[in-house]
Design a binder for this molecule. Structure first.
Ligand SMILES: [Fe+2]
Ligand SMILES: [Fe+2]
Length: 434
């Protein structure tokens, strides 16, 4: 890594921002319009000599050009960071042989108001640019799958009598928490993904995701949002010590079985306390997640803090919306009504209110009928008249499944939600649409 290299890196990024800003300033083909890109191509060539391909990326808000990191960026470099984040671009790879015209096409595409990483990649392809590759941000669903696998591993390790390694979980929690802090509702759709074969840890992941969305909507700090996620992910780890027959038993437990079942919060808290990097508050929330707001739950000596209250609300909600051996799932809307009925007894009313404000009248995943008689799935809830901000229309007004779903903003279209539809009766797999 050389000082010259650092200068080239800085110059390259600065010229790129200049090029983006200057797009449209000169008529196409004007010699002056190509000049900064010629300079850029020279900087790229110089950096290529430091090693193979050149990557421009933003990781955790820090811009890197090749191996050069800019922790204290100049104004144009900070602008480039913002642009990458706004468009969901994780990085660009500039390959050997990049020519000024390629860079000019890149700047013109980046200058467009609309569109993200996918549009940029398509645009480069359409302009026949083969020397620039776009890496987009990991889709949220991928992070969710990583969460499922990390939590699955934790349950497995505990099952094998080991104290689980928390590293993978902590990484996933921090990336989901940063999404939640930006826009809490984005995580809601994830919790509608249900895998009926792995109930316990899938449920744990969903409670974690919902708890993060809820904590973020309550304007908690990123660290607190992360703790809510951990508490949700780990709230039921104590169940690994309970016989599977009892766990999956349809109907009521016998009093002996219930005595055993009631031990899972304390078992869980013991395990969580021994996991590296997991704060004590998380163990306390695990211990208190069944004590209930009116303190009539178990174990009777458990504390009831806000974090336990957040887990209790999201736990009730997810348990109600999941299909199990002994229970048909409720529609999100009915699950919300159930929360309302538990408010003040099992659940903290203030937290329930927050959750209801977050999910709206028709939460994400609700299957609904529009006043046009079309059937749609709610993607982004909203508290206003229409009933939702964004839906995916999946059936036409005659109940025929559309070959391609239509994403529709109800605010723009003026449609309203008039009714809930039961997805089971209609044979609709809601998770497919989220
Ligand atoms: Fe539990
Ligand atoms: Fe639970």
């Amino acid at each position: 890594m050389s000082d010259r290299g650092l200068q080239h890196a800085q110059r390259l990024a600065t010229l790129l921002v200049g090029g983006i800003r200057g797009t449209g300033f000169y008529p196409a083909g004007h010699p002056a319009s190509l000049q900064p890109f010629t300079e850029m191509a020279m900087a790229v060539a110089a950096l290529h000599r430091e090693g193979g391909e050149l990557r421009i990326a933003v990781v955790d808000g820090v811009l890197s050009v090749g191996e050069h990191l800019f922790f204290a960026p100049t104004a144009p470099l900070a602008e480039l960071c913002r642009l990458f984040e706004q468009k969901g671009i994780l990085g660009l790879t500039l390959k050997q042989g990049v020519i000024p015209a390629d860079l000019m096409a890149l700047a013109a595409l980046l200058a467009q108001q609309e569109g993200g990483a996918v549009e940029l990649r398509d645009g480069l392809k359409a302009a026949a640019v083969v020397t620039i590759e776009v890496k987009e941000e990991e889709p949220l669903s991928q992070t969710y799958n990583e969460a499922v696998s990390a939590i699955g591993e934790i349950f497995e390790e505990i099952g094998n009598g080991r104290i689980p390694n928390s590293r993978r979980m902590l990484t996933v929690v921090s990336s989901l928490a940063s999404c939640a802090v930006k826009e809490p509702a984005t995580l809601l759709g994830l919790s509608m993904i249900k895998d009926y074969d792995n109930y316990t840890f899938q449920h744990s992941v969903n409670v974690g995701v919902l708890a993060m969305a809820l904590a973020a909507s309550m304007k908690h700090s990123p660290h607190e949002v992360e703790m809510a996620g951990m508490a949700g992910f780990l709230h039921d780890v104590g169940k690994t010590a309970i016989n599977v027959q009892i766990l999956n038993k349809p109907g009521k437990l016998s009093s002996d079985e219930f005595v055993l079942m009631k031990k899972h919060p304390a078992y869980g808290a013991d395990i969580v306390r021994r996991m590296e990097g997991v704060p004590e508050q998380v163990a306390e929330a695990v211990l208190g997640h069944h004590i209930r707001f009116d303190r009539t739950g178990y174990p009777d000596w458990a504390p009831f803090g806000e974090l336990a209250g957040i887990v209790a609300v999201t736990d009730s909600y997810d348990a109600a919306t999941t299909l199990r051996a002994y229970q048909l799932p409720m529609q999100p809307k009915q699950a919300v009504d159930r929360l309302r009925s538990l408010s003040g007894s099992a659940l903290d009313p203030a937290i329930v209110e927050q959750f209801l404000a977050l999910t709206g009248r028709f939460p994400t995943g609700s299957v609904v009928r529009l006043d046009s008689n079309e059937i749609a799935v709610v993607v982004t809830p909203s508290g206003d008249e229409s009933g939702a901000a964004v839906v995916k229309v999946i059936m036409d007004c005659l109940g025929r499944t559309l070959p391609e779903v239509e994403v529709r903003s109800l605010l723009q279209s003026g449609d309203r939600i008039v009714d809930l539809v039961d997805p089971l009766i209609r044979g609709i797999d809601v998770a497919r649409y989220l």
